[in-house]
Ligand binder design. Structure first.
Ligand code: PMP
Length: 426
């Protein structure tokens, strides 16, 4: 047994499934998860000293690559001054100001410690603000693991949601309505029927949890118009897309302003930090100003805030996003080209530093489309690439990420690996 295998066996003794978050277990692709010991720039090393070009980047946060010197320096300096106070600090004011400056739809923001907390709190706030209970989400979108969000659609448009995890009360799931992504007609029908009962729509405006699926412009417009017309709140879950697809997240790309936005991943620069914010009249309902309770011992943690601030300052530099988008597109265009040359049925797309690739002829528009891609081939591709030192997300339902540290040579090496793996798995 190598070190990874030994550690995975040992991990299972005291950690359920050997992991602290399920997808890490390689459940859908099979095999032994890699245990990492070090990261630098675009690379991560496992405990067997294998180096990988890392396209997971901690599932999105590492937009500057691993251990960026400025981020590291900021984190060390902050930690030396105190790990946590549970009281306000100047740096969190600076981060709040910066977020509001970068994202015009956010007038006020609250810092939390995970994406799950951000979405859970935003939903409670939307319900508290509107005095309504019903929540609309879309099939294939993931918004963290709060009870009301672990819900699958029943069949038919207006059937109430069923829990998709044990431990979620049916009564909680019943208030979550699940519609197909990018289906304007279904959304219009739902609002026509019960629009006045809907507290909020929560959506990933570019979905990254069913591989990568982009909302159509019509879908985005319909969500904005219908929520506005029916007094419901539009919540953008930009935990993944925030400061990843564009400096103004998807809001810069689509030109639509949501009422509330959830941020995570990049905003924390690799540390446990997330945020939710938006219209100040809504945010004013939060405790201590208003009746909606929300709190956190480590919220606005100074070490995490330091990592977030250092990261946001760099991604705001002139040309940063342009270069990141070019680099990510190079990877996708290259993969498409190599697939063509090897007669592989394949498609790929990217926005900013986020990408998706699919073993299907066309780019998916919905969860159903993603389900129709060739997952057996994905699994074979994943393992072939892993063997060649390319670390991709261990699931066909996850987006990928390029960082500013990924060089032209890294992309070329990845394409070279992909060429031989495409041939191997034919
Ligand atoms: N929303 C989205 C869009 C996400 O991608 C994630 C995590 N992948 C979450 C929410 C939950 O964030 P966390 O894992 O930090 O709780």
């Amino acid at each position: 047994m190598n070190q990874n295998q030994q550690l995975f066996a040992a991990a299972q003794k005291h950690i359920p499934g050997g992991v602290n978050s399920p997808v890490r277990a390689f459940g859908s692709v099979g095999g032994t998860p890699r245990f990492f010991k070090k990261g630098l720039g675009a690379y991560a090393w496992d405990v067997d000293d294998q180096r990988y070009i890392d396209y997971v980047g901690s599932w999105g946060p590492l937009i500057l690559g691993h251990t960026h010197p400025d981020v590291l320096e900021a984190v060390i300096a902050a930690a030396k001054n105190g790990m946590s106070f549970g009281a306000p600090t100047a740096a969190e004011v600076e981060l709040a100001d910066l977020i509001c400056e970068m994202l015009p739809s956010i007038e006020q923001v609250r810092l939390v410690s995970s994406g799950t907390e951000a979405t859970m709190s935003a939903i409670r706030l939307a319900r508290g603000f509107t005095g309504r209970d019903k929540l609309v989400k879309f099939e294939g979108c993931y918004h963290g693991h709060a009870d009301s969000l672990l819900v699958k659609a029943g069949s038919g448009l207006l059937t109430f949601g069923n829990p998709s995890s044990a431990g979620v009360p049916a009564s909680v799931a019943a208030d979550t309505l699940v519609l197909p992504y990018n289906d304007v007609a279904a959304l219009e029908a739902l609002f026509a029927e019960i629009g006045e009962q809907i507290a909020a729509i929560i959506v990933e405006p570019i979905a990254g949890n069913m591989n990568m699926v982009q909302a159509s412009p019509e879908f985005v417009q319909a969500m904005r118009k219908l929520t506005e017309n029916h007094g419901a709140i539009l919540i953008y879950d930009e935990v993944m897309t925030g400061f990843r697809v564009d400096l103004q997240c998807t809001q810069g790309l689509h030109g639509v302003k949501p009422d509330l936005t959830c941020l995570g991943k990049v905003v924390g620069g690799g540390m446990p930090l997330a945020a939710f914010g938006g219209r100040s009249d809504i945010m004013a309902k939060l405790a201590p100003l208003g009746p909606v309770y929300q709190a956190g011992t480590l919220s606005g943690n100074p070490v995490a805030v330091a990592a977030g601030l250092a990261t946001l300052k760099i991604i705001r530099e002139d040309g940063f996003f342009n270069q990141l988008a070019i680099q990510t597109k190079k990877l996708c265009d290259g993969l498409i080209q190599v697939a063509k040359e090897t007669n592989t049925i394949f498609s790929a797309q990217s926005v900013g530093g986020m990408f998706g690739f699919y073993f299907s002829k066309n780019i998916p528009q919905s969860f159903a489309d993603v389900m129709n891609s060739d997952r057996t081939r994905f699994n074979a591709f994943f393992h072939g690439m892993l063997n060649k030192g390319i670390y991709l997300a261990p699931s066909a339902f996850e987006a990928g990420f390029v960082s500013a540290a990924h060089s032209d040579q890294d992309i070329l090496d990845t394409l070279e690996a992909a060429r031989s793996v495409f041939l191997e798995i034919k």
